[in-house]
Design a protein around this ligand. Structure first.
Ligand code: PLP
Length: 394
């Protein structure tokens, strides 16, 4: 009998048992430490993907381990929203204290957070239409997919939720035309688009959309599922745009890798909602909330955010240097520790070549290499990563 490696057995198992909706590649990861993933053969990979902007504190962070240990010691993993438990209340209080919001709703993912925000906007406004923008990604459920500008993801599942329009981003006339005082419930925008190619959105245009929404009784939703919670160097991306939304959605990094989403709302919108209007079984359970509280407190430390800004400035400058030296780089864009390298050709082969050299980066759309490292990455690790990227681009 021929012996097979654990990686081969895993690949065979995946091929026979897992639904084939992910194009999984590469090694079998068995451990993580800081900004590194370790494969079953012991090879260490520098991970500048961080679970697609989820593992903000990297792997095996003591703050997350302690929070999980405390939750386990209490015996409470899930209780249900029929009853009160403390961690979710404390987490909501923390998010309210650190943001524009007065209330928080917890759910389990980014798409769910956006779906909830749409429902809240409809109930509050008494209107139904939703306006989203080109380059957007808001999730894969029926309404969030309707607000997502990816025809290949949408087409097989149509009809999606009606009344959702996608209009050109940063087009002043288009947004003015699209927002109707009588029909529009919500406008949703990522202040820094992620999946659409890592594109910071013009703060002046965001301010214009803010003004239109306020004047026409429309809820402005900022989707900070990918760019929120410290990734841009402030706790929330809206702080840098200096434009305050009516609702803000969070997910990816919120609970340190455990599934959790949240909608932050103003008092005005919260007042339109009553028990029974929305719910989810697992939302804000004691285990995830305890971990999220530890994550939010850690990221919100001024020294932590200052380090993200400093590392981000260094990374942006070094990627600009790479762009200047390589003709196949068209542009680099980003903020904090969220960067896109737009190439003049498809990015996937370069992502694969980087993985061969034990560096994990992702694509964001066809031509963009995306870097969303753990926020605890070190300068030395970033230098190593940029060095490998430079080799691969040569
Ligand atoms: C900006 C943004 N919104 C929403 C989502 C959907 O989040 P989830 O995959 O947790 O449903 C994503 C996921 O990539 C995202 O980047």
């Amino acid at each position: 009998m021929t012996s097979t490696t654990a990686a081969e057995q895993s690949a065979a198992r995946a091929a026979s048992a897992l639904l084939d909706v992910y194009a999984r590649v590469g090694p079998l990861f068995v451990r993580g430490e800081g900004a590194e993933l370790i494969a079953d053969d012991g090879t260490r990979y520098l991970d500048l993907v961080a679970g697609i902007a989820v593992n903000a504190l990297g792997y095996d962070h003591p703050v997350i381990r302690d929070a999980i240990d405390q939750a386990l010691a209490s015996g409470l993993i899930h209780v249900s929203n029929l009853y009160r438990t403390e961690p979710g209340e404390r987490l909501a209080e923390e998010l309210v204290a650190r943001s524009f919001a007065s209330r928080v709703f917890f759910c389990n993912s980014g798409a769910e957070a956006n779906e909830a925000a749409f429902k809240f906007a409809r109930k509050w406004s008494g209107k139904s239409e939703i306006v989203a923008f080109t380059g957007s990604f808001h999730g894969r459920l029926f309404a969030s997919l309707a607000a997502t500008d990816r025809p290949e993801y949408r087409k097989p599942f149509e009809p999606l939720v009606p009344g959702v329009r996608i209009v050109p981003r940063e087009d002043w006339a288009a947004v003015d035309h699209a927002i109707s005082a009588s029909r529009t419930a919500a406008v949703i925008v990522e202040p820094l688009q992620g999946e659409g190619g890592v594109r910071p959105v013009d703060p002046e245009w965001l301010a214009f959309a803010r003004e239109l929404c306020a004047g026409r009784g429309v809820a402005l939703i900022f989707d900070e599922v990918q760019c929120g919670l410290g990734r841009t160097g402030t706790l929330f991306a809206y702080e840098q745009a200096e434009v305050v939304p009516d609702m803000l959605t969070l997910a990816k990094p919120l609970a340190g890798g455990l599934p959790m989403g949240a909608v932050l709302l103003t008092d005005g919108i919260a007042a339109a909602l009553k028990p029974g209007d929305h719910a989810t079984t697992f939302g804000g359970g004691p285990l995830v909330a305890r971990v999220a509280l530890a994550v939010v407190r850690t990221i919100a430390e001024p020294g932590f955010l200052a380090a993200v800004r400093e590392l981000g400035a260094w990374l942006g400058a070094s990627l600009a240097g790479v762009a200047a030296r390589h003709r196949r780089v068209a542009e680099v864009r980003g903020r904090g520790l969220m960067w896109g390298i737009e190439l003049t050709e498809p990015a996937a082969p370069f992502v694969a070549a980087a993985r061969e050299r034990h560096l994990l980066v992702a694509t964001a759309g066809a031509n963009v290499i995306r870097l969303v490292p753990p926020l605890v990455v070190t300068r030395e690790e970033l230098e190593r990563g940029v060095g490998i990227l430079e080799e691969v681009l040569s």
